[in-house]
Design a protein around this ligand. Structure first.
Ligand SMILES: O=C(CO)[C@@H](O)[C@H](O)COP(=O)(O)O
Ligand SMILES: [Fe+2]
Length: 241
């Protein structure tokens, strides 16, 4: 499983959706998912100017950045049936605009995660839980096994501080990946931040099977080749059954 995270093309959601669809055509035969970093949630009905205003008015939330919101998802959905994997870096998540997967942060859903997971599932999305670099991995264990069931089937281990693309991969986060893989052999373990040709083998060997890559893919002359390289590394590291 490999996801790619495209860069925002500004605040015009229709233009951004259309740009993303071009990227899809270029790369999507090599990847399964598109990873959407949603850093501030705004209503699909809001205008571009209001989005900028809201960014200033609502400053100081989970991360200090704004990239893709529901309007972009909605626009992109018109161009593709691809799995749209949404990583929500927001404190107050709400309904979707065509998202397939919904990743929330354990740091903001400590008390109410069961309710949130139910809402995500009843909205027809697949829930996943993310943790920031400073968050102990044990915090997600209760979400992965409840009376023999698996409420959440994917954990996103952030390998950079969330908020921006282009940051350096944190290899010490692999302890979390290893611990998760050891305890939950079939869990989807996603890693996000600083993944590329020079870091993929470390992540794959630790047990990550879902790779989010932004700069390394979109900064490459041949994005498809980088995707293939990342995919091959993950496939090679899979245990043989
Ligand atoms: O969630 C985040 C950052 O908050 C990531 O999805 C990054 O946007 C990935 O970008 P690169 O580190 O691959 O450039
Ligand atoms: Fe992300």
């Amino acid at each position: 499983m490999l996801t790619i995270t495209p860069r925002s093309s500004g605040f015009d959601p229709v233009a951004a959706g259309s740009l993303l669809s071009k990227m899809l055509r270029r790369c999507c035969h090599r990847t399964n998912w598109l990873h959407m970093d949603i850093m501030k949630l705004v209503s699909a009905a809001l205008t571009t100017i209001l989005m900028v205003l809201l960014f200033h008015l609502q400053d100081g939330h989970f991360v200090p950045n704004l990239t893709i919101g529901p309007p972009v998802i909605e626009s992109l959905r018109k161009h593709t049936n691809a799995y749209l994997d949404c990583h929500l870096m927001v404190t107050n998540p709400m309904a979707k605009a065509g998202a397939s997967g919904f990743t929330f942060h354990v740091e903001v859903a400590k008390e109410n995660w069961q309710q949130l997971v139910e809402k995500i599932k009843s909205a027809g999305m697949r829930p996943a839980v993310a943790l920031k670099p400073g968050t102990p991995v044990e915090l997600v264990y209760p979400l992965l096994c409840v009376e023999g069931t698996t409420p959440v089937e994917m954990v996103l281990v952030m390998t950079v501080e969330p908020g921006f693309g282009g940051h350096k991969f944190m290899p010490n986060m692999m302890d979390k990946v290893r611990a998760l893989r050891h305890k939950y052999p079939t869990l989807d373990i996603q890693v996000d931040g600083g993944l590329g040709p020079s870091t993929i083998d470390t992540a794959a060997a630790a047990g990550a099977n879902c790779i989010v890559a932004g700069s390394s893919v979109f900064g490459a002359p041949e994005p498809g080749d980088v995707i293939s390289l990342l995919r091959t590394s993950v496939e090679k590291a899979q245990p043989t059954t």
